[in-house]
Write a protein that binds this ligand. Structure first.
Ligand code: NAI
Ligand code: SOE
Length: 390
């Protein structure tokens, strides 16, 4: 079996999820396509780096990602750092012939994303980007229904990924509120997942008309503060301007002519992490909410009129990712969706076939094009077209 020496950069929130997925991989997909050794975990914070080594089971730790580039034991690199670091790390890694699994959004803008995609293609390395929601059974099943024509001609899509954690003005500054580190706000953060799913289901976007808002324009800088936890007075060391969107709403049109609505926000009370997708066609409709990740709702126009209504289908062995569990409704959760992504990534490495990955750098680039277009549309108050010649 092919051996993979995997190193990971970033021991935060995503470092934990990637590790759980990598550890689960041979359990769900025994014996697996590759034999993975967790080589080195890197974090700029020495305490996080060393704790991650112990907690995540890596052989060693480091505070400098550049040392991985010349490390012979590492052939595969996971990039789980804030967004502004994706490009410098990816460019060096692919130049050195490493396979790369980079978190989303692939880059700070489409131009950078295109450079990353082109460099990975030229280097011939396996590349994936962490739009893990398209790996969900319900979303994959929705695609199957669309592709099989069971919804008929598609008329409309609604995509929303909304959260609440920005709502409190006392929630501290963090990299996600800072354009120099994140690129955009909720647009690239959760919006990118919804944009990716739209394209996965319906193909390329044609144009967008958007309105972005920043509701809280300045926040406390706090030492050691967490995502949404209000810092103590002692933790506060200053104030910083928020220069990204807190909420973004768009009307979108796909190349196929389908029109839709896209909404992402971190200012929706009661919506902790809500990803909802609805697709309506001439023969039926399907809707998915990650609040109930094991269900897909489907209505068929072929049903008897007096029984017409959305039916609730529990995802199980008959559905995409059915190999995970022997019966329905057991759960494809956060770890499992990442694990499915890893299954595809590792198969791509084993077969040296870039097309096997769930979401490639090219897909990541296409998402970044839409992000840029939404940002521009909101600034210019105009429809913005996507360049699909690329
Ligand atoms: P985080 O802030 O929890 O962790 C980032 C880690 O990177 C921190 O431990 C930090 O010390 C480290 N770091 C910063 N600069 C570094 C450097 N120069 N070298 C090495 N390490 C460095 O951030 P989180 O939430 O883990 O996000 C990381 C990436 O994952 C982002 O791109 C984000 O958009 C993405 N993400 C994806 C999710 C998904 O569901 N696919 C969920 C959450 C985040
Ligand atoms: C924070 O908004 C966050 O962690 C995003 O960065 C992820 O991509 C999303 O899936 C969960 O929320």
């Amino acid at each position: 079996m092919k051996k993979v020496g995997l190193s990971m950069i970033g021991g935060g929130f995503m470092g934990k999820l990637h590790t759980l997925a990598i550890q689960s991989y041979p359990v769900y997909y025994y014996p697996g396509a590759v034999d993975v050794t967790r080589q080195c975990v890197v974090d700029i914070d020495p305490e996080i780096a060393e704790n991650s080594r112990k907690r995540f089971g890596f052989e060693r730790s480091s505070t400098d990602w550049r040392e991985l580039i010349s490390d012979d034991r590492t052939d595969t690199i996971v990039v789980a750092t804030p967004n502004f670091l994706h490009k410098p790390i990816v460019m060096e890694a692919v130049k050195a012939g490493k396979n790369v699994f980079c978190e989303k959004p692939l880059a700070m803008n489409a131009e950078d994303a295109y450079e990353m995609y082109s460099a990975a293609k030229e280097a011939g390395v396996i590349n994936a980007v962490g739009h893990n929601n398209r790996a969900l059974s319900g979303i994959r099943m929705m695609k199957k229904l669309i592709d099989n024509g069971e919804l008929g001609k598609i008329y409309s899509i609604q995509m929303r990924y909304i959260q609440s954690w920005g709502l409190n003005p006392e929630a501290p500054m963090q990299w996600r509120f800072d354009a120099s580190k994140a690129g955009t706000g909720t647009l690239g953060d959760t919006g990118s997942h919804a944009i990716d799913i739209g394209r996965y289901l319906l193909g390329d976007y044609k144009r967008v008309a958007s309105l972005n808002k920043t509701f809280v324009e300045e926040r406390n800088i706090a030492k050691g503060a967490l995502l949404s936890k209000v810092p103590t007075k002692e933790q506060i060391v200053g104030r910083q301007k928020v220069d990204v969107d807190d909420d973004t709403k768009s009307i979108v049109e796909f190349e196929s002519g389908v029109t839709g609505i896209l909404w992402s926000s971190r200012f929706c009370i009661g919506q902790e992490d809500t990803l909802d997708i609805e697709v309506y066609g001439s023969e039926g409709a399907a809707r998915f909410s990650r609040e109930r990740p094991n269900e897909l709702e489907f209505i068929s126009g072929k049903d008897r009129e007096d029984l017409l209504g959305f039916r609730k289908i529990k995802m199980g062995p008959e559905h995409p990712n059915g190999e995970l569990w022997p019966m329905a409704d057991l759960g494809v959760g956060y770890v499992e969706q990442k694990c499915v992504e890893y299954k595809d990534f590792f198969e791509a490495i084993a077969l040296h076939d870039r097309t096997k990955v769930s979401t490639s750098f090219y897909d990541g680039f296409k998402v970044c094009q839409v992000i840029d277009a939404i940002d521009r549309s909101s600034k210019t108050n105009e429809w913005v077209e996507i360049d699909n010649a690329k």
